[in-house]
Design a protein around this ligand. Structure first.
Ligand code: NDP
Length: 330
């Protein structure tokens, strides 16, 4: 089996030498274990946080151990009663071509979604993040203006589409004109703006003529500074991600939002999707229904080849992806 381990902890932006490819022999199966072959693996921004040796909501990756995370795998061999060779499963085996894992730690995809990559995106972790982070944390009402940053990414594209389903006005912020067109022309966002444009502040103001009632923040940093200037009274802000800050080696001091939040009586709340695990069936059922009805669309960027995994991951920080970024392994 081939796998990628964390060779050293990144300082700032991760570099290739933070990782190492290894080839290992897998142990024979013990009772209740399965041998899986990775079909698709997920690269996610949260993985950057786990590369730091700090206390967080999940333990840090260990040095010289594989980078774990979501993957869609096929069972090759099974000593677990409920799993058969050929079954397609969701695992946390991450950046490995094959792995031996307890059968109880894999989840059979029954039926397997078409395409399979949906299980890592719209009908998986990132779709659920959009669902609970928008509906539960922000409580959007019909007619309100919902702004989402990182809008053309895995979580963001779903947030804006759910906002539309709920009768809100959806405004996306993304990093290229092509992504802006994708949001408005393909996903039905009411407006979208490019934060890299010199006219970003003015464009955002025009796109949110009635102010901003809900802000779903995937990126933080200067993009969010600009959004917060335009929030309405009683705005709800969910902190989903802060990707603009993940690679900083020193804390960043921007405009402090306290006075704005205070005077506009706004509420800002962080959340972690894993805390909603007991309600995942509810979320998945809703997402699946909207997807079947054609009201939720998915986009994926699929990078071919296990050897491309590190480049794919680093590409999250330069915006190579539109929609969910996955690596096709076999
Ligand atoms: P995306 O698919 O959105 O990929 C990341 C995107 O971030 C890139 O495509 C890029 O798009 C954008 N980006 C990168 N650097 C910057 C920057 N400096 N400023 C602004 N935008 C930037 O990833 P996900 O949808 O998987 O995750 C989105 C966010 O949600 C992340 O911050 C992640 O950590 C968080 N998250 C949180 C969860 C939770 O439970 N709270 C669960 C899952 C994800 P562009 O071209 O537009 O710059």
């Amino acid at each position: 089996a081939k796998r990628i381990v964390l060779a050293q902890r990144p300082q700032g932006t991760p570099t290739l030498d933070c990782f190492r490819f290894e080839t290992v022999d897998l142990p024979p199966l013990e009772d209740s274990q399965v041998l899986v072959k990775t079909l698709y693996l997920s690269v996610d921004p949260y993985m950057r946080g786990r590369m730091n040796d700090v206390k967080s909501y999940v333990p840090p990756y260990r040095l010289n151990e594989p980078i774990t995370g979501g993957a869609v795998c096929e069972i090759v061999e099974s000593k677990a009663e409920h799993l058969r060779p050929g079954d397609v499963v969701l695992t946390q085996t991450g950046w490995q071509t094959h792995a031996v894992v307890p059968g109880a730690k894999v989840q059979k995809l029954q039926p397997a979604p078409e395409p399979l990559t949906l299980a890592l995106g719209l009908l998986g972790m990132t779709g659920l993040t959009a669902y609970f982070g928008l509906i539960d944390v922000c409580d959007p009402k019909p007619g309100e203006t919902v702004v989402v940053s990182g809008a053309a990414g895995a979580v963001g594209m779903v947030v804006g589409q759910i906002a539309k389903i709920l009768g809100c006005r959806a405004v996306g912020i993304a990093g290229s004109d092509e992504k802006v067109r994708f949001l408005t022309e393909e996903l039905g966002f009411d407006a979208a703006v490019n934060y890299k444009s010199p006219t970003f502040a003015e464009d955002l103001k025009q796109a949110c003529a009635d102010g901003i009632d809900v802000y779903f923040d995937n990126v933080g940093g200067t993009v969010s500074d600009e959004v917060l200037k335009r929030i309405n009274e009683f705005a709800r802000i969910s902190l989903c991600g802060q990707i603009a800050l993940y690679n900083l080696d020193k804390p960043d001091v921007g405009p402090r939002p306290g006075p704005l939040l205070l005077t506009r009586k706004a509420k800002m709340q962080g959340f972690i999707v894993g805390d909603y695990a007991p309600r995942f069936p509810e979320g998945l059922q809703k997402l699946q229904t909207w997807f079947n009805e054609g009201r939720l669309k998915s986009r994926e960027t699929v990078i071919e080849g296990f050897d491309q995994t590190i480049d794919a991951f680093l590409g999250l920080f330069t915006g190579v992806n539109t929609g969910k970024l996955v690596v096709k392994v076999s």
